[in-house]
Write a protein that binds this ligand. Structure first.
Ligand code: TRP
Length: 431
């Protein structure tokens, strides 16, 4: 049986804070759901090298790594099924960072928003432009490119603030490929439009930097206390309330079903008191979080178990990273001196990691195509077309991921399911 074609998703979580409801709704929950989708391979890692750029408190880095790992696992991430690891357990990542550093233009890094913001702030304050700017901050995008390129990830789910970094990873990959051959897959940012931004206590985006968060796994009483602090207007019980602009309503909506949301909308119109609305919100959040809390607390209280899970994840990730790093070292000339020069093993074509179409003509004079998976195994075979243009049009449509009207013209290979075919087309349409 041919392997199911896969799109590789990869994302990192910087280990500087304690996870809050905004992280859960905006990143953890959608990622755990996405990790269960067929036809995908998922890499989630704790970006603790990145954390060092922002934080010089060792205890905080350690604690945050523990808390974030526990949260992701408690939220249902299955470390057997995905790649879940700690960045600093993969020595190939800093090694690759250096190779990439050597093909990255300094001018590219000069344009990075985060670095520029620090320089601008210094200039505005009349300080030296480089005051308190570390080389780590400057190099941040290169380290991030190494994270991504190491695992040939196609799609990078991130917030909008990270899109520039993904584009830089793409540029860096292109520079390397241009110089040394097609080793890297060019990644793309994946922004999930359906994930709502969660407002915090004051109505602005929930964020540690605004100090307006509701922690994810705090004791229920603390969560209740924070919910009591959500800003509302001064309308009394009995007066109709506005859902537009109500942070309380938006947070509720992020947890509730369509029916529950509709019921709260009606309660607002009917003049529910803010105290009662806050109680409803507390209960709804607690219903989702409570079952995970037990698992979370068990993991926090058993750091050795977490450590074991992360190390097993690193072993799994290094099965990819170690041989790939060997290939890259060879590509740039860091080679065994006893091996004759110029006998580079042919670089594996990074692009061959995707399914592809092959068009051809048969003895009957008709034009055919077949779809093969990354390993070259047959997925589906077309019926004959009168002209190469007709066959080409069908292929072009399929490349966009649209099967409509072509079902009859395609015959699945033995053992291949319709779902596998759709997954392969989905991969191609995103490639
Ligand atoms: N910079 C990302 C953030 O702050 C975290 C991160 C590090 C990351 N490496 C990554 C995200 C690789 C995606 C891919 O959110």
């Amino acid at each position: 049986m041919s392997p199911i074609p896969t799109v590789r998703f990869l994302t990192g979580i910087t280990t500087t804070g304690t996870p809050h409801l905004g992280n859960y709704v905006g990143a953890i929950r959608p990622a755990v759901e996405a990790s269960r989708r067929a036809g995908t391979q998922n890499f989630y890692f704790l970006a603790d090298y990145h954390a060092l750029i922002k934080c010089d408190e060792p205890a905080r880095i350690q604690r945050s790594t523990l808390e974030i790992a526990a949260c992701w696992l408690a939220a249902g991430l299955d470390p057997e099924h995905v790649f879940f690891y700690r960045q600093s357990d993969i020595p190939e990542v800093p090694e690759l960072t250096w190779l990439l550093t050597c093909v990255t233009g300094k001018g590219l890094l000069n344009r990075a928003h985060a670095y520029k913001a620090s320089v601008d702030k210094n200039v505005a304050a009349g300080s030296d432009p480089d005051a308190d700017v570390t080389a780590g901050l400057f190099m941040y995008p290169v380290l991030m490119a190494a994270d991504i390129l190491m695992f040939k990830a196609h799609k990078i789910p991130v917030g909008r603030d990270q899109v520039q970094h993904i584009e830089m990873a793409r540029d860096i990959a292109q520079s390397f490929n241009h110089l040394y051959g097609e080793h890297f897959v060019l990644p793309e940012a994946a922004i999930d439009e359906s994930v709502a931004m969660l407002p915090g206590l004051d109505g602005r985006k929930m964020s540690k930097s605004y100090d307006n968060i509701i922690p994810l796994f705090a004791p229920p009483e603390l969560i209740r206390k924070q919910i009591a602090n959500i800003v509302t207007d001064s309308r009394a019980p009995g007066e109709p309330k506005q859902v537009d602009g109500s942070a309380l309503f938006q947070i509720y909506q992020a947890f509730a079903s369509a029916e529950e949301t509709q019921a709260l909308r009606k309660a607002y119109a009917d003049g529910i008191g803010w105290g009662d609305a806050k109680q409803l919100l507390f209960e709804r959040i607690d219903r989702e979080i409570a079952p995970m809390r037990e698992r979370h607390d068990a993991l926090i209280n058993n750091p050795a178990q977490l450590e074991k899970i992360l190390r097993a994840g690193a072993d799994k990730a290094r099965q990819i990273a170690t041989p790939f790093m060997g290939e890259l070292r060879h590509a740039v000339g860091l080679r065994n001196l006893a091996a004759p020069a110029g006998t580079a093993p042919k670089a594996r074509q990074a692009k061959a990691a995707l399914p592809s179409f092959k068009q051809y003509r048969e003895a009957d004079g008709r034009h055919y195509f077949k779809l093969v998976d990354a390993a070259g195994a047959l997925l589906a075979q077309s019926t004959g077309f009168a002209s190469p243009q007709d066959a080409g049009r069908a292929v072009a449509q399929l490349r966009q991921g649209r099967l409509d009207g072509l079902e009859k013209a395609l015959q699945l290979a033995d053992g291949v399911t319709a779902a596998q075919l759709s997954a392969a087309l989905a991969v191609l349409s995103q490639a």
